[in-house]
Design a protein around this ligand. Structure first.
Ligand SMILES: [Zn+2]
Length: 300
């Protein structure tokens, strides 16, 4: 622990150390003299995890910053054996991120002798002798960190999507939204009172809801292209709600402008797209409407 702690302390400034150990009262001399400050940290075992974590975080930030500044990939821009303390510190932390298997996969087993492959320290010694391997390790660790962060973001996003309402206001709002119903013709959301629930076989002029373009994934009901998730089975019959506008147009023997059958059907939306935020949707969309109406709900 002592060597690991010394390594960690060497990466932190006095201000860093005082900031991360904010609950510890340092004396005036400890705040002024680095050796006194380090002695104080050494004698307080409860501060050790904080120091190790802060140094680890700082080194990750350095790896990311250096790789961002580099115009070329790290694996190609270093031809000579780098020896700066920053580089060695980056390398140490990169190696800590990687398992033996990951080191071998990143470099290729042919880069190491049989003796070096026998244990982790053999591999690390070989890496320390090769600028090329050092660059590969730093780059692999950086990719691993990036992938881990992306995974964490995905999990966070999913949990945000599935979160339960926390405040009374939000809960009231969501109740209102949850009580809305979907029109089977245009798949729009409406208040229940704005729609009419009718047996689908009673819809008049079914031919106006015939799909403009057919697709093998479409499930037609009596030849009509409807939003099947809003179709309900009751008393051996299929029922669906139609909004006023769709019902009026169908009764007038016209295809409603916003009907799925009017070439607006896109099929099931995959999870990867369903979880996107509005700005993300706009970024990936091939085309998009000129305006969106976004309803905001009260927050705490
Ligand atoms: Zn409708």
């Amino acid at each position: 622990m002592s060597m690991e702690l010394d390594d960690a302390l060497a990466q932190l400034t006095m201000n860093n150390i005082i900031a991360i150990c904010k609950d510890k009262e340092f004396s005036r001399s400890q705040k002024r003299k680095r050796s006194d400050l380090l002695d104080a940290v050494h004698h307080s075992a409860d501060l050790h995890p904080l120091v190790l974590e802060a140094a680890h975080e700082k080194s990750i930030n350095r790896i990311e910053a250096v790789s961002k500044q580099s115009a070329q990939p790290l694996s190609t821009h270093e031809k000579t054996l780098p020896s700066s303390s920053l580089h060695l510190s980056m390398l140490d932390h990169a190696l800590k991120q990687l398992t033996v298997q990951e080191i071998l996969t990143a470099a290729g087993t042919s880069k190491f002798s049989r003796l070096e492959r026998q244990n982790r320290s053999g591999l690390i010694d070989a890496i320390r002798r090769s600028a090329e391997l050092q660059a590969v390790m730093i780059s692999s660790a950086e990719n691993k960190i990036k992938q881990t962060r992306e995974e964490e973001e995905k999990v966070l996003k999913r949990s945000c999507l599935q979160h339960k309402p926390e405040s009374a206001d939000e809960s009231v709002f969501l109740e209102e939204v949850n009580s809305s119903v979907v029109c089977v013709v245009c798949a729009g959301e409406f208040c229940e009172s704005e729609t009419t629930d009718i047996p689908l076989h009673n819809i008049r002029n079914k031919e106006v809801l015939k799909p403009y373009q057919s697709h093998p994934r479409q499930n037609l009901v009596d030849g009509m292209l409807l939003y099947d998730q809003a179709v309900e089975n009751k008393d051996d019959s299929q029922y669906g709600r139609l909004c006023r506008s769709c019902l009026d147009e169908v009764n007038a023997n016209k295809t409603p402008v916003l009907a799925l059958a009017n070439n607006l059907w896109v099929g099931d939306v995959p999870d990867e797209l369903a979880m996107l935020t509005l700005p993300e949707c706009i970024l990936v969309a091939l085309s998009y409407p000129a305006a969106y109406i976004v309803k905001l709900y009260p927050k705490k």
